[in-house]
Design a protein around this ligand. Structure first.
Ligand code: ATP
Ligand code: MG
Ligand code: MG
Length: 591
């Protein structure tokens, strides 16, 4: 079933391009004072989008949606997408996060390079001078004032949904006085919180965001890029539109929480445009609904809490919905891109079923991931007539199976080689001393096939003093080897997976499950910490077939009957293999 994904932004962009909205740009010419004029990239009739993370954490699957959306639209419409670090907040930002974000965007398969070679990687903090100039312009036009009310007064005087706000006593200061006080703020003469610069709009506006929003604040803090150069910092709502305009963004796409900010976005850019500070056409903001994924939290703050309190092993714990976590878990860039494409872009509030992401992963790996047999819960099985049938107890019978059952045309599908000997590892659950109804695997008197090997007949088992089964006993049925003419001479109802004791490799297998027990751990003020799944990680010592000896970190496999696994990118070594479970063969999220 092919469902065409919805993305209402495509229609908007198509219409804009049809109108020739970007054809007559006069960028590079210089309206207004060249010294004060923006200096962003200059070019012609193409769209520009941007992905503007704040470098205060690692990116998560919600950001992946925004990345695929913004970079995807630019790619599909012959435009450019900027990667912009929205680093206007001095305290929380860190180079570690900057590097992590760059890695994540690259790994997802996107590039901020223009075909012309232009590197569209930007830091909002590089525009602090320009933002300051814009603030001074607003003051000069009587459109901004320095407010020295206390934070409490300001809050009380803002009003709320039921009542209009009240003008600040500082609202009618003269332009000259405002310029002076703003300079005092900038020169460090005022302590943190003593004053803010506010846009002068309308304290009675029904949209509270238009009730003289704060646009600059005093913060004596060192910034990771500008050091101690500034002690005033622009507020996000002021900085963001200016960043967009400075970079000549055409479509500024954000999540729905910002819908109420759009009137201010336009108010600000209209004024800056009128003053010749920014170019036409000015950027337009469009909102879409954020990704909500079942069993997942997409709040950087809460994810950071899990990391800081060691509830997970780090930002890249395979249970984390971060891009580094998904990567380590074994999700492929293509599976994440397809997922983002499939869920579409709308304005509806919805929760996407986690199974959708797993479906995309299976689709991507089905014809790529080599098959392998592993035994996750091993018990030894001994073929007691082995020496009799093959002439020696040590005889090893060479066996093989294709690495891919349905190779595509031209696809190389090697054979996997392994051996069958007198002793093999089988799954504990594949033997039952007393078989439950309908059980088709090993029980005394029943025959099964060792997949890719021989038919065997179960004869019994050995137990320790506690009654725990220590060994399953069987006999091999001669002349029934898979792929030989006698293979079908004995009919069996089941083929079981196994690994030879002689050539099996011990491996650590990390069985991951959902991190939360509740499908919406982040909704409606729930205590997400109380909803952590205590069984989200189970580590087992398994035996895996010898073809996995050459596995490299990040290599993905389908472990027959169990699902998709990946060699852990940090801990896997050929002499100490570690595999992570990505997902099962079938959807188990709904159960
Ligand atoms: P968080 O709330 O997790 O801290 P954020 O929105 O504050 O995320 P930013 O770094 O500001 O983090 O986000 C960069 C971009 O990613 C923004 O444009 C934002 O709209 C987008 N984004 C963040 N979360 C999601 C989500 N769940 N779904 C879609 N887009 C998202
Ligand atoms: Mg943010
Ligand atoms: Mg946020």
């Amino acid at each position: 079933e092919v469902v065409k994904p919805t993305n209402f932004l495509r229609q908007i962009i198509e219409a804009d391009l049809d109108k020739g909205s970007y054809a007559q740009r006069h960028w590079g010419g210089s309206p207004g004072d060249a010294q004060h004029h923006q200096q962003g990239p200059v070019d012609q009739a193409k769209i520009r989008t941007r992905f503007p993370p704040e470098p205060n954490g690692y990116l998560h699957v919600g950001h992946a949606k925004a990345i695929c959306l913004n970079f995807g639209l630019a790619r599909d419409f012959g435009g450019v997408c900027h990667l912009r670090f929205d680093d206007t907040n001095p305290e929380k930002e860190d180079q570690e996060y900057v590097d992590g974000i760059i890695d994540a965007v690259r790994w997802l398969g996107f590039d901020w390079k223009d075909p012309s070679g232009e590197q569209n990687l930007y830091y909002a903090s590089n525009y602090f001078d320009f933002m300051h100039r814009c603030a001074v312009y607003l003051i000069e036009q009587g459109l901004a004032y320095v407010d020295e009310q206390s934070a409490e007064e300001m809050k009380a005087n803002r009003g709320d949904f039921t009542r209009p706000g009240v003008n600040s006593p500082f609202r009618d200061r003269s332009v000259a006085e405002n310029l002076q006080r703003f300079a005092d703020m900038k020169e460090g003469k005022l302590p943190d919180g003593a004053a803010v610069l506010r846009a002068k709009i309308d304290m009675t506006a029904p949209n509270i965001n238009l009730r003289d929003p704060a646009i600059y604040r005093v913060r004596h803090a060192e910034h990771h890029n500008t050091g101690n150069q500034w002690c005033i910092y622009p507020m996000y709502t002021f900085a963001h539109p200016i960043e967009d305009a400075y970079e000549h963004i055409t479509h500024s796409i954000c999540t729905l929480e910002f819908e109420d900010q759009r009137p201010f976005y336009d108010w600000l850019l209209d004024h800056l445009r009128a003053g010749g500070l920014i170019d036409a056409p000015q950027p337009r903001q469009y909102e879409f609904s954020r990704l909500n994924l079942t069993y997942v939290i997409t709040s950087k703050r809460k994810l950071k809490h899990l990391v800081d309190n060691q509830l997970v092993s780090g930002w890249d714990d395979p249970r984390m919905p971060t891009v580094v976590g998904l990567r380590r878990r074994g999700y492929t860039p293509a599976s994440i891109r397809n997922f983002c494409e499939r869920i579409g872009v709308t304005k509806d509030y919805a929760w996407i079923d986690y199974a959708t992401l797993d479906g995309c992963l299976r689709e991507d790996l089905e014809n790529q991931a080599h098959r392998a047999m592993v035994v996750l819960d091993p018990v030894k099985l001994e073929l007691s007539n082995w020496a009799e049938v093959f002439g020696s107890a040590d005889h090893l019978e060479a066996c093989s199976l294709p690495a891919l059952p349905h190779p595509a045309e031209g696809q190389i599908a090697p054979e996997r080689h392994f051996t069958l000997g007198r002793e093999v590892w089988i799954e504990r659950e594949d033997f039952a001393e007393v078989p439950p109804k309908g059980y088709k695997r090993l029980f005394p008197g029943n025959k099964v096939r060792l997949k890719g090997g021989y038919v065997i007949e179960c004869t019994g088992c050995e137990k320790d003093a506690d009654g725990v089964i220590t060994k399953v006993l069987a006999t091999v049925v001669p002349d029934t080897k898979s792929g030989t003419p006698g293979a079908d001479s004995v009919k069996v109802k089941a083929a079981i997976t196994w690994v030879g004791v002689a050539d099996g490799v011990q491996a650590e297998v990390r069985l991951y499950d959902r991190l939360f027990t509740d499908p919406q751990p982040d909704a409606g003020g729930k205590d997400f910490l109380a909803l952590l799944n205590p069984e989200s990680l189970k580590v087992v010592t398994a035996y895996v077939e010898p073809s996995l000896k050459t596995a490299q970190p990040d290599d993905k496999f389908q472990f027959e009957r169990f699902g998709y696994f990946v060699a852990d990118r940090h801990d896997h070594r050929s002499d100490k293999p570690v595999f992570n479970k990505i997902t099962g063969l079938k959807d188990s999220w709904g159960k």
